[in-house]
Design a protein around this ligand. Structure first.
Ligand code: FCB
Length: 449
């Protein structure tokens, strides 16, 4: 069958993403303060195999080679995050110039290579000293975050135009403070709700700071969105799906567009709700230029409110194709998510700030890594992005998670998401088959299907 090329709109942004703690290493070098992830990963039993981000991909020392590798791979944009404890080691007050300089050099070199920087201010590495003051559940963290955004955007705002305030506040708040699988490892719903509120507030407060320090800023926030599917048409399953949608998706989407917290969920949370001051929700609803969407999989909701035998038989089943994370491969969920955002929320623009898959890659006898499953995952998700653009969703760009294999949080180094393989013994990089495939997509501004 003849191959057909699906073309993306002119100017579509093609990139790959990383995050500071997952790649940098150098956890205590050049004046960097301790972060909650340093503390958490140094606590026995928290991370698979006792892994830590102490060295990670050693990107802090190898950044120049990594940027050259990106250029050779044909990337046009790079989403990275800055480590707050490199800039303000104690979370507020003294600025660590060496940290600012590191990101300043990185940005200069990206621009020289004509790779557009997309900077995420917060991808989970809060200074431990701010956690010692109470962390995200305590309101003063918001002022510290404003100070950080101000320092960084004054230093880089002449060169960085694309700013993402937060990465996945749901994960920071609920996995960090309710489920305890991420730093700081607490299990308290009240803390999680307060953390979520202060994250949103911090977002709302820093948007105007970024705009005033950076002329022509393109500012947004990134959410992890998971479409919910009831396992059957029963009332209980539909209700369970609505609940999960409220818990993960609507809790952040609604306040961002000025609708406040969803009433159904607020009622459910009752007296665990965060204290919300007058004007907070107006601050949160500051207009953004775009929404960043991280999409990996869907969720199928089955009610646990009634005995299984009394529920309707399941009609929706998880597909057999799963990634190494045990996440179902469900590309259509991305289309559904984008369509829903367009119909119900109407953000002026959307970037897919993360999409990708972990697989158990192997180096073959020739020293290469063939990863057809990852190529297939990316291709099928890009088809759905294209389909969404076709119905008018303003998707402006796409970033693969991740540029290279890295520290996958609680899973340590056991899950590989990269376009580039990292040998954690030698720190050698090997671009995978998916990297050259993606380079071609970028060059053609389209995919062959
Ligand atoms: C997202 C995170 C990212 C990475 C991927 C697999 O939730 O933002 O850092 O861990 O999942």
């Amino acid at each position: 069958m003849a191959k057909k090329t699906v073309q993306f709109p002119e100017g579509f942004v093609w990139g790959a993403a990383t995050a500071s703690y997952q790649i940098e290493g150098a956890w205590n070098e050049d004046g960097k303060g301790e972060s909650i992830w340093d503390r958490f990963s140094h606590t026995p039993g928290k991370i698979q195999d006792g892994d830590t981000g102490d060295v990670a991909c050693d990107h802090y020392h190898r950044w120049e080679a990594d940027l050259n590798m990106m250029k050779e791979g044909g990337l046009k944009a790079y989403r990275f995050s800055t480590a707050l404890p490199r800039i303000l080691p104690q979370g507020r007050g003294r600025v660590n110039q060496a940290g600012v300089d590191f990101y300043s050099r990185l940005v200069d070199r990206l621009l020289e290579l004509q790779i557009e920087p997309f900077l995420t201010l917060y991808h989970w590495d809060l200074p431990q000293s701010l956690q010692d003051e109470g962390g995200w559940p305590a309101r003063p963290v918001v002022d510290a975050f404003m100070e950080y955004a101000d320092v960084l955007s004054r230093a880089l705002g002449d060169r960085v135009k694309n700013w993402i305030t937060l990465n996945e506040p749901w994960v920071s708040a609920f996995i960090g403070y309710r489920l305890g699988h991420h730093a700081p490892g607490h299990e308290d719903l009240g803390e999680a709700l307060a953390a979520a509120h202060h994250l949103l507030l911090a977002h709302g407060k820093v948007v105007p700071i970024l705009r005033s320090n950076c002329s022509g800023a393109n500012v947004g926030v990134t959410l992890n969105l998971t479409p919910q599917f009831p396992a059957s048409p029963s009332f209980e399953d539909r209700d369970a799906a609505t609940w999960m949608d409220g818990y993960i998706n609507r809790w952040f989407l609604d306040p961002l567009v000025g609708r406040g917290y969803p009433q159904d969920m607020a009622k459910h949370y009752g007296d665990k709700m965060a204290s919300v001051k007058e004007m907070d929700l107006d601050t949160v609803a500051v207009p953004v230029d775009f929404l960043g969407v991280n999409y990996y999989t869907r969720n199928i909701s089955r009610s646990d409110r009634i005995p299984e035998a009394e529920n309707s038989p399941r009609t929706v089943f998880r597909g057999d194709e799963v990634t190494e994370m045990d996440w179902e491969v469900f590309p259509e969920g991305l289309y559904r998510t984008l369509g829903r955002l367009h119909g119900e929320y109407g953000f002026p623009a959307i970037y897919i700030t993360e999409n990708g898959a972990a697989f158990e890659d192997r180096v073959n006898a020739e020293g290469q890594v063939d990863d057809p499953a990852r190529v297939s995952y990316l291709r099928r998700h890009l088809e759905q992005v294209h389909r969404a653009i076709g119905i008018g969703v303003p998707v402006k760009g796409y970033f693969v998670w991740s540029l290279m294999d890295n520290f996958e949080w609680g899973f340590g180094y056991s899950k590989r998401f990269g376009l580039v393989r990292v040998d954690y013994r030698t720190l050698q990089r090997i671009p995978k088959q998916s990297a050259s495939w993606y380079g071609k997509v970028v060059a053609e501004n389209g995919i062959s299907i």
